[in-house]
Design a protein around this ligand. Structure first.
Ligand SMILES: N[C@@H](CCC(=O)N[C@@H](CS)C(=O)NCC(=O)O)C(=O)O
Length: 211
């Protein structure tokens, strides 16, 4: 089994990179140069026709979609319990949060950071404001959930959802209200970003501005 992760520092590939580091499995990270539009290179489009990162090549076959990759990696390494088993009591909440983060929060971040894509460059500021308010609504719900003192989104153990949320919290650093504006979410962020695997990912990608 070999893993090759195609990504770009600080982007959606970060949470998959982080999970691979946390899993301690061998992998190769291929950084695409967004400045040179490497994600639109025909050779890369063969790997991910959407022209997005991340893409994960496993035993010669390419797969994409951030949340799907996290959930699949969790299943491929069941010994780490990053996904509640089928039939487990917390499985519905796990699925609910993975879908909410992938389906509501990630697209809102995409709108915020690629604001021209929403309603054209002339409406970019309104698009950003709309995106930020959508993210705030979900952060509000997550903060309420974390208020019971649970260390991770689903409870006492880390799941794939924490890799996704930990990365999305970092993306909020340029929003009018960052994740640090909610007290329980702030404590959560401080907890996950202190994890050795998070630090290692941060350093490996040469990131700054959040730790
Ligand atoms: N739905 C995709 C979205 C991924 C996505 O938007 N990736 C961004 C980086 S955060 C990207 O590849 N941007 C480059 C581009 O759109 O040209 C996923 O979850 O994997």
């Amino acid at each position: 089994m070999t893993y090759t992760l195609y990504g770009s520092p600080g982007t959606a590939s970060m949470c998959v990179h982080w999970m691979l580091i946390e899993l301690g499995v061998p992998f190769e990270f291929v950084a695409l140069d967004f400045e040179k539009k490497a994600q639109r290179d025909p050779a890369y489009l063969e790997i991910n026709p959407a022209g997005h990162v991340p893409a994960l090549v496993v035993d010669g076959k390419a797969y994409s979609e951030t949340a799907a990759l996290l959930m699949w990696l969790a299943e491929r390494h069941p010994e780490r319990n990053f996904a509640p088993a089928i039939g487990a009591a917390d499985r519905p909440h796990y699925l609910q949060w993975m879908i909410t983060l992938a389906n509501s929060v990630m697209p809102a971040f995409r709108l915020f950071y690629y604001a021209d894509e929403g309603a054209g460059p002339e409406n970019a500021e309104a698009t950003k404001a709309q995106a930020a308010s959508r993210i705030a609504l979900v952060f509000e719900r997550i903060d309420a959930l974390l208020a019971d003192g649970r260390p991770y989104l689903l409870g006492h153990t880390m799941t794939a959802a924490d890799f996704l949320l930990g990365m999305l919290a970092r993306w909020s650093r340029n929003l009018p209200r960052t994740a640090m504006n909610w007290p329980h979410l702030k404590a959560y962020v401080e907890r996950v970003r202190a994890l050795p695997s998070y630090r290692k990912t941060h350093d490996a990608e040469g990131l700054s501005g959040w730790i």
